[in-house]
Design a protein around this ligand. Structure first.
Ligand code: 4AD
Ligand code: MG
Length: 432
């Protein structure tokens, strides 16, 4: 008997096969048992008919407890009534390992309970669907940047620099020196862009943010492209093409997962239309003020209600351009005609999911950067290598960072970023 994975059903319709699976749920009557099974690739139904199998097989099926691991043998059939489209008509069951008192039962559980059992919660169908979408976004990321001649470069995790400000650093000992877990690989990617032209990184980043919101993780994954000889306008085009490509890839390759999550595919399709709208920070402030937000002034950073209102005004991902210099990191290029703003943009996702990309053109002037490093209270010695990049053939360059989990949360249409990463690190949570 060939052992297969249920995801390959299409090639095996009418054949008798064996599948390694777990029992997710079951219901039975006197004559028939329906097993809700999962084999890692998908959730599917196994049907055991009393009159068609030996009595002990039927009795075993009726008594299987949740999460028992089994080898099931039977015929693959089409099943147009289910999301998945195939089922197995079971003729034999072999128990691999028993499972008793599985804590996550089909009833509702509270969030803390589920988070404490994240190692088991990952087995449930919604979590499985979200991870499939995460996987597709990772796959599509490599495809997009490979197709566009970017070189993948890996910046270090242990560093001496703090590109995004010193308030939320994770400090650690590096023998007799101080080091930090990387907040962003950007500064190293700027060095890499001067060596390879177009580069991208994809790795974990760490922020000791005291934020307990549905958008903040302590450890999250970021994709950071950096492009030499590139101004901000061209970078925005890469950003919108990349995000539209991610949405299209999920639509093309994750239909089943989107159905499990009941994500509206028609709405997702509208996010593949380019270009995405652009609004300046100045105009966004005006828009908010005109619509009754009197809690915000020019110079303030947006809170999530502000971002949500701006995003809802466009119904597509929207770029907010050129923020005040005072609320952005030290490395951004100053505006050519205005002292108070920098050449940057955040991309805000629709439907209240907030900022998914932060990016900018980078300052190229040595003296300006040195001044900025001092003004931001950073240690000049730690940035001497970075300043070298402005001494030896400096060129206009731009880049951005896309937060993987926020993007997964948005495209999946789920409520909280903690479900977009297998083992979330949150404020006050490092278990499991
Ligand atoms: O806007 P940020 O801080 O930008 C940077 O780090 C730049 N150095 C990137 C670059 O230009 N190379 O972060 C980029 C993105 C945000 O838009 C958001 O999607 C995500 O990273 N992000 C977080 N995601 C989850 N939890 C957090 N605490 C996050 N902080 C930022
Ligand atoms: Mg940002």
């Amino acid at each position: 008997m060939e052992q297969i994975q249920i995801i390959d059903s299409k090639k095996h319709v009418g054949e008798t096969v064996t599948i390694g699976a777990w029992v997710a749920n079951k219901r039975s009557s006197g004559k028939i048992a329906f097993l809700q099974l999962r084999d890692g690739t998908a959730f599917f139904q196994g049907v055991v008919v009393k009159s068609e199998v030996p009595e002990e097989v039927f009795q075993m099926a009726k008594n299987l407890s949740q999460e028992t691991s089994i080898l099931v043998t039977g015929e693959i059939r089409e099943d147009s009534r289910s999301n998945f489209g195939y089922e197995i008509g079971i003729t034999n069951i072999e128990v691999v390992s028993e499972s008793h008192d599985y804590p996550i039962t089909p009833k509702e559980h509270g969030t803390d309970f589920l988070m404490d059992h994240r190692h088991l919660w990952l087995r449930s169908s919604r979590q499985h669907a979200v991870m499939q979408i995460r996987n597709e976004i990772i796959r599509a990321t490599y495809e997009f940047f490979n197709n566009n001649q970017f070189v993948k470069i890996d910046p270090p995790i242990l560093t001496g620099s703090a590109p995004e400000g010193t308030t939320d650093l994770f400090e650690t000992n590096y023998f007799d020196q101080k080091a930090y877990l990387s907040q962003s690989g950007q500064l190293y990617m700027e060095a890499a862009a001067m060596a390879f032209g177009k580069v991208f990184s994809f790795g974990p980043t760490f922020r000791a943010e005291k934020s307990k919101t549905r958008r903040h993780l302590i450890e999250f994954w970021m994709i950071e492209p950096e492009m030499a000889f590139t101004h901000q306008e061209e970078s925005l085009e890469v950003q919108e093409q990349y995000v539209a490509f991610l949405v299209q890839s999920v639509l093309d390759n994750c239909e089943y997962a989107l159905d499990v999550l009941e994500r509206d595919k028609e709405v997702l399709k509208t996010y593949t239309k380019l270009p995405f709208p652009r609004i300046t920070y100045d105009d966004a402030i005006e828009l908010l003020k005109k619509n009754g937000f009197d809690d915000i002034e020019w110079g303030d950073d947006f809170g999530s209600p502000h971002e949500t209102f701006i995003a809802n005004s466009f119904e597509q991902p929207v770029f907010i351009l050129n923020y005040p210099k005072a609320i952005k990191p030290f490395y951004m290029k100053p505006h050519p005609t205005r002292e108070d703003v920098v050449i940057c943009a955040d991309m805000i996702a629709p439907e209240g999911y907030g900022e998914i990309i932060g990016g900018s053109e980078r300052a190229t002037d040595y003296d300006f950067l040195l001044e900025q490093i001092k003004n931001h209270g950073l240690d000049e010695k730690e940035y001497s290598w970075y300043l070298d990049l402005r001494k030896y053939g400096s060129v206009p360059h731009s880049g951005f960072g896309l937060g993987l989990e926020r993007t997964v949360t948005w495209i999946s249409g789920i409520d909280h970023v903690r479900e977009a990463i297998p083992f979330p690190r949150l404020l006050n949570r490092i278990y499991p």
